[in-house]
Design a protein around this ligand. Structure first.
Ligand code: ATP
Length: 135
């Protein structure tokens, strides 16, 4: 039995983290989930959230991860998401504006509104703001 697993967090633009970890917590469309070494194979749709993980040196990491997909199999976990940032990279004002934009679109009640898209935009902004407030 292994006491660690390999984690990759990638977006179309960057590799946020690649390394050995002992635990991971993130969120999928069916709720929060936690991964430990030797986890059963699993696939999930990711929603924008604050993802945390502990590396093999014991250091705790926290990052914003956007919508995407998650897979774990054979002690290899991958978060493939549309965007991801470390807390210090988050532009709080930009996230505030994105939140206001999404909220005002929701209030417009436009029948052509792509509500899933707006909800995801709001979730991205809220998760970024939550993380930015933690630093
Ligand atoms: P916005 O409407 O402000 O672009 P968004 O949620 O639509 O926000 P994303 O599609 O998630 O943005 O990301 C597009 C790019 O912009 C990614 O590279 C992402 O890392 C970056 N990004 C978006 N918002 C922020 C932010 N508040 N702080 C830092 N980087 C951001």
């Amino acid at each position: 039995m292994e006491n660690k697993f390999h984690l990759t967090i990638i977006t179309p633009d960057r590799e946020l983290f690649i390394g050995e970890v002992v635990s991971l917590n993130s969120e999928g469309s069916e709720g929060h989930f936690g991964i430990l070494p030797n986890h059963a194979p699993m696939i999930a749709t990711l929603v924008p959230t604050v993802t945390t993980f502990q590396d093999v040196s014991g250091k705790q990491h926290t990052a914003f991860t956007s919508d995407g997909v998650f897979k774990v199999n054979n002690n290899k976990a991958v978060l493939l998401c549309n965007s991801a940032e470390w807390p210090e990279e988050i532009d709080k004002e930009r996230a505030e504006k994105a939140k206001e934009r999404a909220e005002s679109r929701m209030k417009e009640k436009d029948k052509n509104l792509d509500s899933t898209r707006v909800q995801l935009a709001l979730l991205r902004a809220l998760a970024r703001l939550k993380l930015a407030q933690q630093i």
